[in-house]
Design a protein. Structure first.
Length: 511
């Protein structure tokens, strides 16, 4: 009852006219920030942080949290409509969201993303409300060993993303890890893989550069080739009956959405993990556990709902260590943490005692921001769907310009623009050779996190590799990772045996 009373006071704080207006404004801004390639929640919150000094701290955090929430929803828009992930959190949405859009089912994909995000956000806020202190204590048990094991678990889910050709999937992951190593060494500060001392490589290879090159430039080249010059943009439509059909189809994804909510939340509360690993793991688990894994990557609605559910759940989860421990759970919450300190609020357990109106006002606003954003998102579906009705001769140049601007904006370096074009051509050629490109993109996202956790563990334990299995939590996660690697191998072996038996049976019938 004490928590319920505090939550009611939080709702009362959130629904004051000023806070309500800030919340709605933040949701709309966040939606468009997330939909713009090259921006994303980190840049959006950072750009808008100075604006919040004009309002009280509670209104400021409600506004920025709403921007964060809206950006998590908005990331799916560019992934589905243009095939360009606006941020790393939305890369897994491209895998099935873009094929659905090209089949004239963009409205299904957008509804799946909106509903999944709403359910994930709601479940995670409820967990935040009920179990904040104990979950924060649990997150403290995660040292670098556990973080490394978690990254291995994420990589294990990649094995199921590359189809039946596991060697090609592993090769793709290795390419992504090589790209992730480009730049300055985190510990020694020495440059590595700086090809011919080209200055542009000193800041590393930005994830957006690789993702935009592959899913923007590469996708344009692939579409032009496969259509043989006769490009027919899918005639997307939007009617009430189609929206109802999308909801009906989502019924079969209910268990996946719920499990992705819990998975996303618990990954999100881990310091330095965040929404990206959560969304990738949710997609991999959904495909591995599906009765029809072959449909993933070709337009499976569950493949859109799972990552979108997980990244929204993780975005709420990442706020928990920020509020209760003063440890940011993601890059965006690191900016929010800086804002809190500037506003004179000291994160930690005493924040619930010293500033309850601030904490519970934020929690109450998360419930409402989640509801506002799903309503706004679904209301804008006709506008988003109308994008696909444009002629490809108009759409392709727009996508190309967005790719160039989106790649140039984060670093403002023309070096990255050239890399986008090179990656687009190279990965287009790899796609022609049936190499899966998704694992490479995912590897460049998680590569730096994995390396940091590995090296911190080995330095702390003086090179003792056994430290990863000596700690019960990391050992358990590593066992799960091994199981996720073995499971697709077993499935592939059984499938090959069945195919061979079917072929033998057909030959015997002919004879």
């Amino acid at each position: 009852m004490e928590i319920f009373d505090a939550l009611m006071q939080g709702f009362a704080t959130a629904v004051t006219p000023q806070n309500l207006l800030l919340m709605m404004l933040g949701c709309v801004i966040g939606l468009f920030v997330g939909a713009m390639p090259g921006l994303g929640s980190v840049n959006g919150v950072a750009i808008l942080l100075p604006v919040t000094f004009l309002v009280p701290p509670t209104g400021a955090i409600i506004f920025l949290a709403a921007v964060y929430y809206g950006a998590m929803y908005g990331g799916a828009i560019s992934s589905i409509m243009l095939g360009i992930p606006g941020a790393s959190t939305a890369v897994a949405t491209v895998f099935d969201g873009r094929p659905l859009a090209m089949q004239g089912k963009a409205d299904w994909a957008l509804v799946a993303a909106a509903v999944g995000s709403f359910v994930g956000g709601t479940i995670s806020v409820i967990l935040f409300t009920l179990f904040a202190p104990p979950l924060a204590d649990f997150a403290l048990k995660f040292g670098p060993q556990e973080e490394f094991a978690l990254m291995m678990l994420a990589f294990a889910t990649f094995i199921g993303l590359g189809g039946d050709d596991i060697p090609k999937t592993i090769f793709s992951i290795a390419v992504g890890l090589v790209f992730a190593a480009v730049g300055l060494d985190e510990i020694s500060g020495q440059p590595r893989l700086i090809f011919f001392d080209i200055p542009g490589f000193y800041h590393g290879i930005n994830f957006l550069v690789l993702a935009i090159g592959i899913y923007g430039i590469g996708e344009i080249l692939w579409t032009l080739e496969t259509s043989q010059g006769d490009v027919k943009v899918s005639q997307a439509s939007f009617t009430a009956s189609r929206i109802l059909d999308a909801f009906k189809r989502l019924k079969g994804s209910t268990l996946t959405i719920i499990s992705s909510s819990f998975l996303g939340y618990f990954v999100g509360i881990l310091p330095a993990a965040g929404a990206t690993p959560a969304s990738l793991m949710a997609y991999g688990v959904a495909k591995t556990m599906s009765k029809d894994p072959d449909s993933f990557g070709k337009g499976n609605i569950t493949g859109v709902a799972a990552p979108e559910t997980a990244n929204n759940a993780a975005s709420t989860g990442s706020m928990l260590p920020m509020i209760t421990l003063g440890i940011p759970g993601s890059p965006t919450t690191a900016i929010l943490l800086g804002g809190m300190i500037i506003w004179g609020l000291r994160p930690g357990p005493l924040l619930f005692v010293n500033h309850p109106e601030f904490v519970w006002g934020l929690i109450g606003s998360l419930y409402m921001a989640n509801l506002f954003t799903v309503i706004i998102n679904i209301a804008f579906i006709p506008l988003f769907v109308s994008v696909l009705k444009l002629s490809f001769t108009i759409l392709a140049p727009i996508i190309f310009v967005l790719c160039i601007v989106g790649g140039y904006a984060p670093t403002q370096d023309l070096h990255d623009v050239w890399l986008i074009i090179i990656f687009g051509v190279v990965f287009y050629l790899l796609r022609k050779l049936n190499y899966p490109v998704a694992p490479a993109v995912l590897a460049i996202v998680l590569g730096p996190l994995t390396e940091r956790a590995l090296r911190q563990s080995l330095v702390a334990e003086q090179g003792n590799v056994a430290t990863f299995v000596e700690r019960p939590l990391s050992a358990t996660i590593l066992v799960l990772a091994v199981l996720l690697i073995v499971l697709p191998v077993i499935k592939m072996t059984k499938h090959k045996k069945k195919s061979a038996a079917a072929d033998d049976g057909a030959e015997s019938d002919e004879s």
